[in-house]
Design a protein around this ligand. Sequence first.
Ligand SMILES: Nc1ncnc2c1ncn2[C@@H]1O[C@H](COP(=O)(O)OP(=O)(O)OP(=O)(O)O)[C@@H](O)[C@H]1O
Ligand SMILES: [Mg+2]
Length: 322
Amino acid sequence: MLKAEGIRKTFREGSGIMGELRRLLGRDPKGGVKAIRGVSLDVRRGEILGLVGESGSGKSTLGRILCSILEPDQGRVLFDGKDLKSLGKKDIFGFRRKVQFMFQDPAAAMDPRLSAGSSLSEGLAIHKMGNRRERKEMVGGLLSEVGLDPSLATRYPHQFSGGQRQRLCLARALSLDPELLIADEPASALDVSVQAQIINLLLEEKKERGLTLVIISHDLALVSYMADRIAIMYGGLIMEIIPRDLLGALDHHPYVKALWASAEYQDDMSKALILDGEPPDPQNPPEGCPFRPRCPEAQKACEEEPPLKEDRPGHLSACHFR
Ligand SMILES: Nc1ncnc2c1ncn2[C@@H]1O[C@H](COP(=O)(O)OP(=O)(O)OP(=O)(O)O)[C@@H](O)[C@H]1O
Ligand SMILES: [Mg+2]
């Protein structure tokens, strides 16, 4: 359905002449933040793909590139085999309806000046769905669908609780009847019981609407509960892509091993593998495998970046020794 090829993205200290000036003055000496450093990934129609990694590994950046909110510096994204860059205005408009992104921070994702109802009908109007009266009905239907009372349409985003606001964001993403929904940390700001409600709601919607889902999360345990495949990111690269039923059953990449051990033993941290050291500095990432400085198995060969290679159908790993 969606395919990313060779994606790279560096955030620089501003662009244009001011950015150049800052670089000349040495304020951006290392050439920016290397957020994505060569990622290829496909999303298959109908699946739930989990994108997991610790803070700063590049998950949100990759998610935003996949739905064309952000342009990559290098590489391309294809939807149904077509390069997004080659799409005309009409097709890009269609793509923006078909592929929806739920932002990590639901409070920031909503316009505070618009009531919930106006926020929902705005998108419908832009995409010329229904007339004014029909849109009002659609808004009511959407709110009920995500478990909110339609009377809440007159409220403003700050008058919702965190869980309700996440439901509202989901309603807005669903309002355009998308084919693919990319949800960035849909539950991480919520307490555990509300987390479960939101995740179950997502799973229900997926089933009802036949959606394809990409779930971005730092929580491997949560993602392993719902995803069909899991891509693990580290330092702007993918370390491993794992079909769900093989998780825990393979000789995983050393980073994934540590991550899985801490997910598996969440209740007994004494059994979890604790990683020494810090994640890589994205302004100055290490040469070769980004996990090398923390890897208990690192050797000379790891100074070369290992390619992400398939060792069995559907399983890919970026480690020289696997
Ligand atoms: N607009 C931006 N300008 C500059 N740097 C950015 C920007 N967006 C992200 N970054 C940097 O890019 C790197 C990857 O960020 P990203 O938000 O993709 O990480 P993440 O995996 O989503 O982290 P988290 O789990 O904390 O949400 C980080 O070092 C971040 O500081
Ligand atoms: Mg993020």
